[in-house]
Ligand binder design. Structure first.
Ligand SMILES: Cc1cc2nc3c(=O)[nH]c(=O)nc-3n(C[C@H](O)[C@H](O)[C@H](O)COP(=O)(O)OP(=O)(O)OC[C@H]3O[C@@H](n4cnc5c(N)ncnc54)[C@H](O)[C@@H]3O)c2cc1C
Length: 328
């Protein structure tokens, strides 16, 4: 069994893999040029939705299946997991979109009228029906990143601030920076906005199936909401366009007009690392394992992917799912 590994990259993937390895008795060093989880990576900008069933509208079957492990995993690490499900709504004129979403997903039931008003009173004024995904959950991704890092430090993981390539057994979790060795990795830009509104209350994530500007809103508590997210085939990071911000804000306004008076707290953008099939990959080459391509699902799939990776390293519960052998 490998007794010590260096993990390159302390984004959500690196931190989850480190957690699984430490739990199995492997000594871990995490190496990242960023001083803290928020400084460089994509993970800082995530919504924190753990929504495997909704993601099934566009994602492949493994996302739905493996994503169902996420809420329990996060809870077991001591992260606050809010298990209130999620809702999907449309504007009156786009009702067919809701029917189509229902046909192509599982794990939901239709709620109308009083039931919707009981779930989210502020939605019921403008929406008379919704799909309720009862088993979905959400977390605060920034709190989760900081918590995992602190827990790793407390349990003996070493953190080094460096971008140098290490020697010995290495797990490469550099996200999009690993394009230098993973040629088919691409970036998919995502832009987001954080608002504060005292006039709207939502207690669970809500998706609006707007035909032009699909939107989700994740409540972060204390009147704070994350609005996400664009999905653009571009590797540009750090710059949100006026058009994208305008579209996110207008979709939020369509969901509830009180968002028009909300305070804009933050605008962010990054590029999600993705392979052509938008599924994660664990690529093994000699002593090196790459874990990458988490696309829209870093918080949803890292628990399962980290378990699989740790299984390969320790040779317990070895899996071939998502594993690619590179003999080149
Ligand atoms: C707007 C937006 C919303 C999203 N919402 C969700 C959501 O609701 N739910 C969900 O599950 N996912 C969501 N995602 C997707 C999720 O954020 C990504 O899948 C995830 O962040 C990818 O994590 P990562 O660790 O691979 O990459 P990163 O977070 O980018 O981490 C890579 C790390 O590698 C480091 N690094 C770079 N170069 C080097 C080097 N040479 N040596 C060592 N380290 C290096 C970087 O500093 C960084 O810390 C969202 C993404 C975006 C952009």
């Amino acid at each position: 069994m490998t007794e010590a590994v260096t993990i390159r990259g302390a984004g959500i993937v690196g931190l989850c893999v480190a957690t699984e390895l430490i739990n199995r008795g492997v000594a871990v060093t995490l190496r990242d040029p960023a001083p803290s989880p928020g400084a460089h990576g994509c993970s800082w900008w995530a919504g924190g939705m753990l929504a495997p069933f909704c993601e099934g509208f566009t994602a492949e079957e493994p996302v739905v299946r493996l994503g169902q492990q996420a809420a329990d995993w996060w809870q077991a690490q001591g992260v606050e997991v809010i298990r209130r499900g999620s809702l999907v709504v449309t504007l009156q004129r786009d009702r067919r979109e809701l029917d189509q979403f229902a046909r192509r997903t599982t794990g939901h039931r239709l709620v109308t009228g009083e039931d919707l008003a009981a779930l989210e009173p502020h939605l019921a004024d403008r929406h008379d029906r919704a799909l309720y995904f009862t088993d979905e959950a959400h977390i605060d991704p920034r709190a989760a990143l900081l918590h995992l890092r602190k827990r790793l430090e407390d349990t003996g993981a070493r953190f080094e601030q460096s971008d140098a390539a290490p020697t010995g057994p290495v797990i490469d979790c550099r996200g999009l920076a690993a394009q230098d060795t993973l040629p088919d990795l691409r970036g998919v830009k995502g832009e987001m906005v954080i608002l504060r509104s005292r006039d709207v209350t939502l207690t669970r994530p809500v998706r609006l199936l707007h035909p032009r500007f699909p939107l989700y809103i994740v409540p972060r508590g204390d009147g704070v909401f994350m609005l996400g997210a664009t999905q653009i085939e571009s590797e540009e990071k750090g710059r949100a366009s006026a058009r994208s911000v305008m579209e996110l804000l207008s979709a939020a306004y369509a969901l509830h007009p009180a968002f028009g008076e909300a305070e804009v707290m933050e605008i962010g953008a990054d590029a999600r690392p993705a392979f052509p099939d938008n599924l994660p990959r664990i690529t093994r080459k000699d002593e090196m394992i790459h874990v990458n391509g988490l696309f829209r699902h870093g918080f949803l799939l890292s628990p399962a992917v980290a378990r699989m990776t740790a299984g390969l390293v320790t040779r317990e519960n070895e899996t071939s799912e998502l594993v690619h052998e590179d003999h080149g």
